[in-house]
Design a binder for this molecule. Structure first.
Ligand code: BEZ
Length: 253
């Protein structure tokens, strides 16, 4: 995790590689829905450290990635990928892509109308938008534990849930309002083993929440972990995150 403004989520490509490799490892379902073809132009929205961007490029697609994290963009460019620093809520492409793809990124963009408008602009006619991200009920136990720890200590409970996890109905409505036809959409419960434990997940994915505890940062992480243990840790000490994915394919007209 990088330093900087402690209320802003920041990323370190090295930390992500160590503690969140499962994010790209578990993307085969949404990649199947995308079914990329050689020669297609594809935008990878919120491409992170570029592992899936590289996979799409290896299949012969002309891929452009965008991410709002400077560290991720630097890491992608170092491996020769065409990846640009760009806010997903302010995409600047017009009528350029056969498909827009996104994995595990859209829940960080809390103004989805802006994201969807940018995706619609970026796509050619009959273009497809294929995405997977946190859906309604995602990390519910984790969020509840964070909320409880904030309440106990008089801290800001809003930092316990900085994400956008829509239901099928909500996301379908948002897409249709901007002219997309939804081909398929589903909520998929996907309990996710955390090989490097819960504390590292908490610190990687919600550091702004713990920074509000100042010097008690680690104590707050431990307290959250204690609350979660009965629900998410097995008798052998293996942690599982209570992920629920929203997977969608929609098309422009
Ligand atoms: C997710 O991929 O569902 C997720 C990742 C980090 C924080 C919250 C959700």
């Amino acid at each position: 995790m990088t330093g900087g403004d402690s209320r802003r989520q920041t990323w370190s490509a090295a930390s992500y590689d160590e503690h969140a490799r499962f994010v790209s490892d578990l993307a085969s379902g949404v990649l199947d829905w995308l079914a990329p073809k050689s020669g297609e132009r594809i935008l990878d929205l919120g491409c992170g450290d570029g592992v899936l961007t590289a996979e799409l490029a290896a299949k012969g697609a002309g891929v452009v990635g965008v991410d709002a994290s400077e560290d991720f963009v630097r890491a992608c460019q170092a491996r020769g990928l065409d990846v640009r620093l760009m806010d997903g809520e302010a995409l600047t492409f017009a009528n350029e892509f056969d498909a827009v793809f996104s994995n595990a990124a859209l829940h960080w963009m809390t103004r989805p109308e802006r994201v969807i408008a940018g995706v619609a602009r970026a796509l050619k006619p009959q273009g497809r938008f294929v995405a997977e991200f946190g859906g309604h009920g995602n990390v519910a136990a984790i969020t509840t534990a964070l909320h409880a720890v904030a309440m106990r200590h008089g801290k800001d409970v809003r930092l316990a849930h900085p994400w956008f996890f829509p239901s099928v109905e909500t996301y379908r409505g948002l897409l249709e309002a901007q002219g997309f036809a939804v081909a398929r959409i589903a909520l998929i419960p996907r309990p996710t083993p955390l090989k490097t434990g819960m504390a590292s997940w908490l610190k990687l994915f919600n550091s702004p929440f713990f920074h509000q505890f100042g010097e008690n940062f680690d104590a707050a992480v431990n307290e959250t972990e204690e609350l979660l243990e009965p629900a998410l840790c097995d008798a052998q000490g293996n942690w599982t995150a209570d992920y629920v994915r929203l997977r969608v394919e929609a098309r422009t007209s």
